[in-house]
Design a protein around this ligand. Structure first.
Ligand code: CMP
Length: 140
């Protein structure tokens, strides 16, 4: 399988509980390499821009407000089949449905406060990585 890159966000519920290192350990144990990482506080405009694809969904405003409620850590993860592998490591969107051993099972509080975001396709990964990082920020 090809080496890919995917965009990951450690969400405000997780940074609030000081879980960045424990979450990063899940990625590294799964063979994903953190090749770029930055901690920031999203502005409402950034959150709305990033989640624009969900703008018609009932949960959009709450999601954007939540994503601005504290620091996030944006990351580029690299590895074989990184998009699918990261989705495996994260677990189901709703922590109540997430498998044992996944990040969302271990740390997720609710479908909104589910600790991590990960790109859902290679195509979206390229778009989402470009939202936060320039080429020279990513050191493979
Ligand atoms: P994420 O991978 O960041 O992509 C969109 C987010 O919307 C999702 O994770 C959830 O945290 C959040 N969300 C809130 N409510 C819902 C819902 N009912 N269905 C799907 N996603 C939801």
């Amino acid at each position: 399988m090809a080496i890919e890159r995917t965009l990951s966000i450690i969400k405000p519920d997780a940074t609030r509980r000081n879980l960045t290192g424990q979450i990063n350990a899940h990625f590294e144990e799964a063979g994903l390499r953190i090749v770029a990482q930055r901690r920031l506080k999203l502005t409402p405009e950034q959150a709305k821009g990033f989640y624009a694809v969900h703008s018609e969904r009932a949960f959009f405003n709450d999601l954007c407000e939540f994503m601005c409620s504290g620091p996030v850590v944006v990351q580029v993860l690299e590895g074989e089949g990184a998009v699918a592998k990261n989705r495996e490591v994260m677990g189901a969107t709703n922590p109540a449905n997430a498998d044992e051993g996944t990040i969302r099972k271990a740390f997720g509080e609710s479908i909104e406060a589910n600790s991590v975001h990960g790109s859902d396709s290679a195509e979206n990964a390229a778009i989402e990585i470009g939202f936060f990082f320039s080429q020279c920020d990513i050191v493979g």
